[in-house]
Design a binder for this molecule. Sequence first.
Ligand code: BTN
Length: 277
Amino acid sequence: MGPPPPRRRRYGLRVDFVEAMKLGAGAQTAGFRHLHLDITGSTNVEALARGQEDRLWVTAREQSAGRGRRGRAWSSPAGNLYASVVLTDPAEPRRAADLCFVAALAASDAIIATAPRAATAMTLKWPNDILINGAKVVGILVEGAHAGDCFSAVIGWGVNIASHPDHTPYPAAHLAATDTALNVDIYFAALSDAFAKRLELWQRGAGFAEIRKAWLRRAAGLGRRIVVRLPSGDIEGIFEALDSEGALILLDDAGQRRPVSAGEIFFPGLVPSSIGL
Ligand SMILES: O=C(O)CCCC[C@@H]1SC[C@@H]2NC(=O)N[C@@H]21
């Protein structure tokens, strides 16, 4: 009789003990590595703790303390994707905000590759959400840490695949509602590949200019009236463009162009439709 199988620990379980999600072949070729956990508080926190390990993906089947933007919690049951990647010195720190757009484009590429029905109704909401018929399916949290001279960025994706939470402050949806064969393994392989390609384009290709152009082609509300919620109150106007720093350019009712680099946007009069989502 051989030795008993290793006992499963709930926390900090390494990839060899759980059914591992696989990196896409392109991501492996590009030198990315992968740590898959059964359950963790937050894959972003795990990744930030490994800030020196460039090109490391950290994924988890479940999170017990998933973090969203604006200090919100991110509901994280099994069946959805929780994935973070560490990039050590990816660019000058002043260009770190570009990563929001690189990340959103990669996640949208992965939807096109794996969820063709949802993809027909997909738009990107500034700065880094993905909507299907106006309802959120992907949220992205980019965080940074300095250690000595080194700057690490961690990008975390939460992707609603098998379910979406109720009672969110915004309408939410999930991808398998229309693309029923989709699961986290299929989506993660596509995301890791798409991210390797978009990162390469940003770092070694045409930089932010190309990313900006591609993002704008999929943007929600471009050329339309939007509301921007700022700490100082709401402002309204036309979503005219994205500048070279990723700020949203709002043409207000007084004809002033106002760059917005932080805030939340809303589309007045748009009711998310629900073709099964
Ligand atoms: O509020 C948002 O829209 C951003 C949500 C980001 C959630 C993901 S899930 C994987 C990673 N780990 C976290 O704790 N948060 C991000």
